[in-house]
Design a protein around this ligand. Structure first.
Ligand code: CP
Length: 347
């Protein structure tokens, strides 16, 4: 009798232990799946104003999501994830890639877009304020993406509307979604970011893409070289942010100092439209020209946010070094990942 009862106790203990182990296993699986699929624990960002709004985990999440959305971005699969949703596009400055890749991203996910590029396509030309215009976009759309020549305008709009606001470039300030697609491109090429040697070259003073990118590369542990003429050096406030995060960098005027060590040469345009004095632009333009002869035999790739003028010669376009056109395509899956999660989180 005693033996039989002992046998049942052992059986019961084993059974309960197994149940408990299964419970823990399934609980962890559900938790992990929730996080992976955009649960608010990882991606809890409403407005995308600066790359500093993102923690490292948020960036990893966006890159991972973008990778899962590639087939839809390439039209190999279809999706209706954002069916019935509208993206409001307020562009006060010209754009090819940012505007069209946002539109493509929204439409590939089954959503739609409204908006304008330039004030003469809106009632701002009649004297309406940006604040009033934003309130109209808030009532017509689920998210606003804005580009403006003045730093801080995207932040200002995010403070007066309830829908999410995405900064698509504010003057010489920030261009956070460009940074995310740059990181995505690097990750696709190298499978990592840490310890890569990257030179950011050209207009580091007015270039919003490099202001955002340097911060993100720093938190991922890349080795950064800032190459520019003295008059176009990385601004003190960007360097200050890096120092505060204990991120190291190296500055020089001469590409030859580092070219043999580079994994990535990230070229930027010297931006005529940002110079207060056109004579100063004329003096500095053409400071760095990257051609096939300069990089042949080197073990690096060439990236550029585009548009380019003459800083990357066309003889590189058909070589293995050219990654700038792939980079521009990568804007689609990355912006899909951002739109999908931002609109979902704001329900
Ligand atoms: N990289 C980028 O912002 O390009 P566009 O100015 O064409 O949008």
């Amino acid at each position: 009798m005693y033996c039989k009862s002992n046998y049942y106790s052992i059986f019961l203990i084993k059974f309960l232990t197994k149940c408990y182990k299964n419970f823990v296993k399934y609980y962890n699986l559900i938790k992990e799946n929730k996080n992976r699929n955009g649960g608010s624990k990882i991606f809890n960002i409403k407005n995308v104003i600066s790359i500093k709004d993102f923690k490292k985990e948020d960036i990893k999440f966006v890159l991972d999501e973008a990778s899962k959305l590639e087939k839809i971005a390439k039209s190999q699969e279809t999706s209706n994830k954002l069916f019935g949703k509208i993206l409001g596009i307020m562009f006060f400055e010209a754009s090819t890639r940012t505007r069209l890749s946002f539109e493509t991203a929204m439409k590939r996910l089954g959503g739609n877009c409204i908006g304008f590029t330039g004030i003469d396509e809106s009632s701002i030309i009649k004297g309406e304020t940006i604040a009033d215009t934003s309130k109209m976009f808030e009532s017509y759309s689920d998210t606003i993406v804005i580009r403006h020549p003045l730093e801080g305008v995207a932040k200002f709009i995010s403070d007066i509307v309830d829908v999410p606001v995405i900064n698509a470039g504010d003057g010489a300030g920030q261009h956070p979604t460009q940074t995310l697609l740059d990181l995505y491109t690097i990750k696709k090429e190298f499978g990592k970011i840490k310890n890569l040697n990257i030179a950011l070259i050209g207009d580091l003073k007015y270039g919003r893409t490099v202001h955002s990118l340097s911060y993100a590369l720093g938190i991922f542990g890349a080795k950064m070289h800032f190459i520019s003429p003295n008059d176009l050096k990385m601004p003190d406030e960007v360097l200050h942010d890096l120092k505060r995060k204990k991120i190291s960098y190296h500055e020089t005027n001469d590409l030859k100092d580092v070219i043999d060590d580079l994994d990535i040469l990230y070229v930027t345009r010297i931006q005529k439209e940002r110079f207060p004095d056109v004579e100063e632009y004329e003096r500095i333009k053409g400071a760095y020209i990257i051609d096939k002869n300069l990089i042949e035999g080197k073990n690096l790739i060439v990236m550029h946010p585009l548009p380019r003028t003459d800083e990357i010669r066309h003889d590189i376009d058909d070589t293995k070094y050219n990654k700038y056109f792939n980079q521009a395509f990568n804007g689609v899956p990355v912006r899909m990942a951002i739109l999908k999660n931002i609109i979902k989180n704001n329900k």
